[in-house]
Ligand binder design. Structure first.
Ligand code: D41
Length: 679
C-alpha cells in the first residue's frame, strides 16, 4: 500500500467508521444520525476511493453490503459449541413444572426460604437461527443453525444485512466471539416482498419466516441484499475475552454496546408468576408488533446458575419457550361468496370451516380478486392454510394440493352482480371486477349509506349497519338523500327499534345536516377520495360549486391530486344521478359554513407537513388532525427531513427520537393548543 497517499488512507478509514456508525444508528437503534443524502454522499466517496485503490477494499467495508458474486453451493460449517434447541411449554402449568425442575436441580428444596429465580423474558422471534463468528472484532463467518452441530456457511448473505455489524465497536472487544440470534423479516418487508412477487407473476411466500429462510438460502447474495432482513442477538457461543458478564441481561447489553440489535421487549422478572404476567402482556401486544413472534423464551438470568443447570440431550435445562396460539392453521374452503362494495367492487370471500388461528376463530377470509384465486389455484372443497398475523385480516396463504378431494369444484367468478344482476365488468389493466349497476345495485346503495353516515363522514349516531340493510331491503330508502325524509313513526314500525331510539335516530339525522365542506366531500364516497382528499378539495376550491365545475386540469393543479383521483372526481360529478342526490341533500338542509376565500388564501400552514405522535390528553388526535388540515397542513404518519413540526404526547417513541436526531422542532400538547389559539 506504499503507493497510496496517506490522506486517502485516513479518509478511507474515517469514511468506513462513519458509515458503519450511521448504519448502526439507522438499522439497530432505529434513530438515523444523518439524512439519507449525507449517507449516500459518504458512500459514494468510499466507493470512489475503492475503485481507485481496489487493494484497500476489505470485508468490513460498508460498500460490501450490496452482495457479491454468486456461489455455486454452500459449504458446511461445524459448530464447535453446539447450537442447542429449546424445550416448549404449552401452558402455565407446564411453565410451573419447569420452574420446579430448575429449583429442584439447584437443591432449593433443602432451603427453608428458597429464593425466586430471576428469569430473562424475551419474545421468540419467528425467523432463522444463525451463528456469527467475530475474530478480533471482524465478522469472519455467518452460518445457519442446521441440526445444531452442522450448518451452512452463509457469510456472503449475512454481510448484506444492515443490522449485523461487520466490525464491532466499543470497549473490551473479545478476541473470539460467536453471537447467536435470529434473522427475521419484519411484516412490512414481507408484505412488500409478496406484493412485488405477485405483481411479477411469481409465487408468494406463505409467511415471513419462510421468506427469511428463502432469502438466506440464496447463492446470489445480491438477492439477499434486496430483502429487508433484520437480525436480533439472543445468546453467545464461543467467547474468548478477559472478562465475562455474569447474567444473560448484561451479556445482551454488552452485545448491544458492541453494535448488535437486541429485542426491545426483553425484561428480567423475579419468579415464574411474573413470567406468566409477561406472557399475557406480550400476547396482547403481539398483533401490534412489527414482526412475527411465536412465543416467549424464558431463560434463567444468572449465568452461574445456567452453568450449574447444564443441559439434557440437546436442550438447556435453564431455558424454555412458551408458545402462543399458531398464526397458521389448515382448514377447509367450504364455499366462496361474492360481496359487492360501495364502489361496486366484487370481492370473493372464502367461507371456511371455522378454525382457531392467531388467537381468534376465523370463518371468513378475503380472496381479494379473481387473480388471487388463480394464483392460489384453489377450488371449493380444498384444504388451505389460513394465516392471521398482526392487524391484517386473515389471508388464505396457500393451497394444500395433496388433500384435494375428488369432488373439489372450481370457483367461478360471476358475470352478473349477485345482488342486482347487472353485468360485472373488469376494466382493462385493473385487478378488480365491478358491478355496473351503480345506484340501482342494492349492495352499492347500502355501502354508500353506511359510508355516508359513518363517524368521520356525516356522523349519524345510531344508524348501524344492520339497520341500513333493513331500510334498503324493505325499500324504505333508496339513497342517502332519503335518510332526511325518515319519520319516527316509519322507523318505529321496523323490528328492533323502540320509540326512543327511533326518535333519537331522527334527531341524529337532523343534527348531521350541519357539517363541513370537507366532510361532505368525503361522505359522497367518491372513489379514492378519503378524508385527506376531502379536506384538500375544500381547502383549494372553497365551495361545492367550484369542485363540480372543475375539470381534470383544474384538479391536477392541486398538490396531492393525481390523474386517477382527478378522473374519479370528474366522473362522479358528471353523473346526473349523483348530482340529483346532492341537490336533494341540499334541499333537505344539509349545509356547511362557507370557506372564506381570503382566509383560505392565507392558510398559515400551507405546504407544511406535520406529524402527531404519542398520546393526547385534552384534544383527540382526530380533532388535532382536522384543525391542522383546516390550517392547510398535511398530516403525515412518519417523520422525515421534510417534516415541519412534530407534536409529541406521552409515550412518543421512535418518531420523537427521529425528529430530535433530524433537528425537527417538537412541541407538546399544551404548546400545540396554545399555538392553535394564536394562529
Ligand atoms: O427469538 C428466538 N427465536 C430465540 C431462539 C430466542 N430469543 N432465544 C433462544 N435461545 C436459545 C438458547 C436458550 C438455546 C440459547 C432461541 C434459541 N435457543 C433457538 N432458536 C432456534 C433453536 C434454538
Amino acid at each position: 500500500m506504499a503507493n497510496i497517499p496517506e490522506h486517502v488512507l485516513s479518509d478511507y478509514e474515517r469514511l468506513k467508521d462513519e458509515l458503519n456508525q450511521h448504519n448502526h444508528s439507522y438499522y439497530v437503534l432505529d434513530d438515523p444520525s444523518v439524512p439519507d443524502s449525507e449517507y449516500d454522499r459518504q458512500m459514494r466517496q468510499l466507493q470512489d476511493i475503492e475503485s481507485q485503490y481496489p487493494s484497500l477494499r476489505t470485508s468490513d467495508s460498508p460498500s460490501q453490503r450490496v452482495g457479491g458474486e454468486a456461489l455455486s453451493a454452500f459449504t458446511q460449517v461445524h459448530h464447535d459449541v453446539a447450537m442447542l434447541s429449546l424445550d416448549n411449554a404449552f401452558s402455565q402449568a407446564e411453565l410451573e413444572d419447569f420452574d420446579r425442575r430448575v429449583k429442584d436441580r439447584l437443591n432449593y428444596a433443602a432451603l427453608t426460604q428458597p429464593p425466586e429465580i430471576d428469569y430473562a423474558c424475551e419474545p421468540k422471534l419467528d425467523g432463522v437461527a444463525v451463528s456469527l463468528l467475530y475474530r478480533d472484532g471482524l465478522l469472519e463467518r455467518g452460518a445457519t443453525r442446521g441440526d445444531g452441530t452442522v450448518g451452512e456457511d452463509i457469510t456472503a448473505n449475512v454481510r448484506t444485512i444492515n443490522s449485523i455489524p461487520l466490525k464491532l465497536v466499543g470497549d473490551h472487544i473479545p478476541s473470539l466471539l460467536e453471537v447467536r440470534g435470529e434473522i427475521y423479516l419484519p411484516r412490512a418487508g414481507f408484505e412488500s416482498l409478496n406484493a412485488k412477487a405477485i405483481a411479477a407473476g411469481e409465487k408468494a411466500f406463505v409467511n415471513p419466516r419462510n421468506a427469511a429462510a428463502g432469502s438466506l438460502r440464496q447463492l446470489d447474495s445480491k438477492i439477499t441484499a434486496s430483502r429487508p432482513l433484520e437480525m436480533c442477538a439472543y445468546s453467545v457461543g464461543q467467547f474468548v475475552a478477559e472478562t465475562r458478564p455474569d447474567s444473560h441481561l448484561s451479556m445482551l447489553q454488552t452485545l448491544a454496546s458492541w453494535g448488535f440489535k437486541i429485542n426491545e421487549h426483553m425484561q428480567v422478572v423475579s419468579g415464574i408468576a411474573a413470567c406468566e404476567d409477561y406472557y399475557q402482556i406480550l400476547a396482547e401486544r403481539r398483533d401490534g408488533l412489527a414482526y412475527d413472534i411465536d412465543g416467549i423464551v424464558y431463560k434463567v438470568n444468572d449465568l452461574r446458575l445456567q452453568e450449574r443447570l447444564g443441559f439434557v440431550a440437546k436442550a438447556p435445562r435453564w431455558a424454555i419457550a412458551r408458545k402462543f396460539p399458531a398464526q397458521e392453521e389448515m382448514t377447509q374452503l367450504l364455499d366462496v361468496e361474492f360481496q359487492v362494495g360501495r364502489t361496486g367492487a366484487v370481492t370473493p370471500v372464502a367461507r371456511l370451516e371455522p378454525v382457531f388461528v392467531g388467537g381468534v376463530t376465523v370463518s371468513n377470509a378475503t380472496l381479494h380478486n379473481g387473480d388471487e384465486i388463480q394464483r392460489l389455484g384453489i377450488c371449493i372443497g380444498d384444504t388451505v392454510i389460513i394465516r392471521r398475523a398482526g392487524d391484517v385480516i386473515p389471508q388464505v396463504a396457500k393451497l394444500v394440493l395433496d388433500r384435494r378431494p375428488a369432488n373439489a369444484r372450481p370457483i367461478v367468478f360471476p358475470e352478473r352482480c349477485p345482488v342486482c344482476d347487472s353485468a360485472v365488468v373488469r376494466a382493462e389493466g385493473e385487478a378488480v371486477a365491478r358491478c355496473s349497476g351503480g345506484l340501482f345495485c342494492g349492495a352499492q346503495i347500502k355501502q354508500a349509506i353506511k359510508h355516508f353516515s359513518s363517524r368521520k363522514a356525516m356522523d349519524i349516531d345510531g344508524l348501524g349497519d344492520k339497520l341500513v340493510d333493513l331500510l334498503v331491503d324493505r325499500e324504505v330508502i333508496f339513497s342517502v338523500a332519503d335518510l332526511y325524509d325518515l319519520k319516527t313513526e316509519q322507523l318505529q314500525g321496523l323490528e328492533r327499534l323502540a320509540e326512543k331510539s327511533a326518535a333519537n335516530l331522527v334527531a341524529a339525522i337532523e343534527a348531521s345536516k350541519a357539517t363541513s365542506l370537507a366532510k361532505f366531500f368525503y361522505s359522497l364516497g367518491i372513489r379514492e377520495v378519503g378524508e385527506t382528499t376531502g379536506q384538500t378539495l375544500a381547502n383549494n376550491f372553497g365551495s361545492l360549486e367550484a369542485v363540480i365545475a372543475a375539470d381534470t386540469e383544474a384538479l391536477l393543479e392541486v398538490d396531492d391530486i393525481g390523474p386517477i383521483v382527478a378522473g374519479h372526481i370528474v366522473d362522479f360529478f358528471r353523473n346526473p344521478d349523483n348530482l340529483s342526490i346532492i341537490q336533494a341533500l341540499r334541499d333537505a338542509g344539509v349545509s356547511w359554513p362557507d370557506i372564506d376565500q381570503n382566509a383560505q388564501a392565507s392558510q398559515p400552514l400551507k405546504g407544511q407537513t406535520w406529524v402527531l405522535t404519542g398520546g393526547m390528553d385534552i384534544m383527540s388526535r382526530a380533532e388535532a388532525k382536522d384543525r391542522l388540515q383546516e390550517l392547510g397542513a398535511k398530516v403525515a404518519g412518519s417523520v422525515s427531513a421534510k417534516t415541519a413540526q412534530v407534536v409529541a404526547g406521552p409515550g412518543a417513541g421512535s418518531k420523537l427520537t427521529k425528529a430530535q436526531s433530524l433537528d425537527i422542532p417538537v412541541m407538546n400538547e399544551a404548546e400545540f393548543i396554545e399555538f392553535l389559539n394564536r394562529v
